[in-house]
Design a protein around this ligand. Structure first.
Ligand code: AN7
Length: 351
């Protein structure tokens, strides 16, 4: 059977106009990949699944929220959309706007967007504007621009974004039969953690699927929700979550508290180590996406959470291909040898 995306699959559960025409790229329906070797490396005996959101059409979870936000914008007659972005929102907005025959304007912090995301936004035909400022500066500006001009804001302040993104929680419950004991995920602008909590809560009310404890993980250099105050100059290798003033910070803190979970931080070193650990199981994610695993590891190590015998889902939000500069961050360029059998044999056998 052909799969038609999250609006088609879950429309009756989404607070969107029910006669909406779906602008879709068949997003969602992402796998839960068992990751026993990762769980073992974290030093506890539990069932770990990776919800690999990097397998969405533009390579990140943003597509779930963009199908609903852009469909609604088109439904309301908008001819253009705008967003601030650390990269993935920009690429996703660009793709869905192209699909809807609308203009996309994306404002990004210069020099702080991973190559695969910028390339995507350009390839899908967005008007890309770089500013000499942070994501938070860009968000403040696009809010003002969307208030002054007839251009639809598609950052996660747009409630239709959350309506789409909550479907990931539905999919997890549909696949496992109920919510996992814990859900771990990265937190940047905090739209996604808010959406998951909305989704799990709605499903539990409808279908009694229980609620997970939620572990939100920020990068240590961009951890306003852990520290309790905005960060003026956030800095992290996980550029996707290089955000100092999360728009949905209050909702994120509430989800963590009500679920008996927590919001914690992980250092860049810990995030990159978690990225390695996932890659060693064949799952290559961008740095931000490994934050959930890094946070789990920290909390297992310091004894704060006991996962023994538990079922855990870690959301890996974006594909590794988004951020190919991993070669600069972690490895030297592979050396270049003459095309000669003996030289290659020597290299392979003796290094
Ligand atoms: C891979 O694209 O904010 O907490 O502008 O790209 O909902 O913000 C991206 C965020 C996690 C954090 N993982 O999600 C943007 C942007 C990846 C991301 C997050 C982002 P939110």
């Amino acid at each position: 059977m052909v799969y038609h995306g999250i609006i088609h699959r879950y429309k009756g559960l989404l607070d969107i106009p029910q006669n909406i025409k779906a602008i879709s790229l068949a997003e969602g329906n992402t796998p839960l990949i068992p990751a026993p070797a990762v769980a073992k490396a974290l030093g506890a005996s539990f069932d770990l699944f990776i919800k690999f959101e990097g397998l969405n059409p533009t390579g990140s979870f943003k597509d779930r929220g963009m199908t609903t936000a852009v469909s609604e914008a088109a439904h309301s007659g908008a001819k253009a959309v705008i967003c601030a972005s650390t990269g993935n929102t920009a690429a996703s907005a660009a793709a869905y706007a192209a699909r809807a025959d609308m203009r996309a304007v994306v404002i990004i912090p210069a020099g702080k967007v991973a190559a695969g995301k910028l390339a995507g936004a350009i390839a899908y035909g967005a008007d890309v504007i770089q500013i000499d400022g942070s994501f938070d500066d860009a968000l403040t500006l696009v809010i003002k621009l969307s208030e002054k001009h007839p251009i639809a804001l598609v950052n996660s302040l747009n409630p239709f974004r959350l309506q789409g993104q909550k479907t990931a929680a539905f999919e997890i419950c549909d696949a496992l039969g109920e919510a996992p004991d814990w859900l771990a995920l990265p937190v940047g602008n905090a739209g996604n953690i808010t959406s998951y909590w909305m989704g799990f809560t709605q499903y539990n009310t409808l279908k009694n699927t229980r609620l997970p404890q939620v572990l939100g993980v920020q990068a240590a250099g961009a951890a306003p929700l852990v520290l309790g105050y905005p960060i003026e100059k956030p800095e992290t290798v996980a550029t996707a979550i290089r955000i100092g003033k999360p728009a949905r910070g209050e909702e994120a803190l509430s989800a963590a508290q009500v679920s008996n979970g927590m919001i914690v931080s992980a250092t860049d070193e810990e995030i990159l180590a978690a990225q390695d650990l996932l890659a060693a199981s064949g799952i290559w994610v961008e740095p931000a996406s490994a934050a959930g695993i890094a946070g789990l590891k920290n909390k297992i190590n310091d004894g704060t959470i006991d996962l023994e015998g538990k079922q855990v889902v870690a959301v890996c939000t974006g594909h590794g291909l988004k951020d190919p500069d991993i070669i600069a961050a972690k490895f030297k360029q592979p050396k270049i040898l003459p095309p000669d059998l003996m030289t290659l044999e020597k290299e392979i056998l003796h290094g």
